[in-house]
Design a protein around this ligand. Structure first.
Ligand code: NI
Length: 165
């Protein structure tokens, strides 16, 4: 396992569309392990493969609900409601902004063994799923920010809704 370098905004790789994963390989298993390690080291709640420079449709999420979610080739199949709150991204360090997202989403994906499953999430988990899936299509939350992108105050206590993804 290793912490990988997180690509930051301005890096062209973050704007590219990622390719579906066709089979699980040792290389991809290692990538997924490294994504979690990289995410935890950076205090994030979600990380997408392109953020570590790999153009594959893989997402890692841990919003602190006791689960490590691996979403391979995820497709959001249902969304409802609305939540408006602060969002951040490990690829946009030191910044935050207000984004409106669905409050509830259902996503269909493959797990780390390439078995299909569905995951439903609300609030922060729904936000993280939307944010990470957007990374796979080369989209950053900064395009969705209402008003200005703001600096994170160093002394500001993070709230539940402001996990960096
Ligand atoms: Ni992000």
């Amino acid at each position: 396992m290793a912490v990988r370098q997180i690509r930051v905004i301005g890096d062209e790789i973050l704007t590219k569309k990622c390719k579906p994963v066709k089979e699980m390989t040792k290389r991809t298993e290692d990538l997924i392990e490294d994504m979690f390690e990289t995410m935890y080291q950076a205090d994030g709640v979600g990380l997408a493969a392109p953020q570590v420079g790999i153009l594959k449709r893989i997402v890692a999420i841990d919003v602190g609900d006791g689960n490590q979610y691996v979403l391979i080739n995820p497709e959001i199949i249902e969304q409802s409601g609305e939540q408006t709150g602060y969002e951040g991204c490990l690829s946009v360090p030191g910044k935050t902004g207000i984004v409106t997202r669905p409050n509830h989403v259902k996503v269909r994906a493959l797990d780390a063994e390439m078995n299909p499953f569905e995951l439903e999430g609300e609030e922060l988990l729904a936000r993280a799923i939307c944010h990470e899936c957007a990374h796979l299509d080369g989209q950053l939350y900064v395009e969705l920010v209402e008003g200005e992108l703001m600096d994170v105050e160093p002394a500001e206590e993070s709230t539940e809704e402001s996990g960096e993804e």
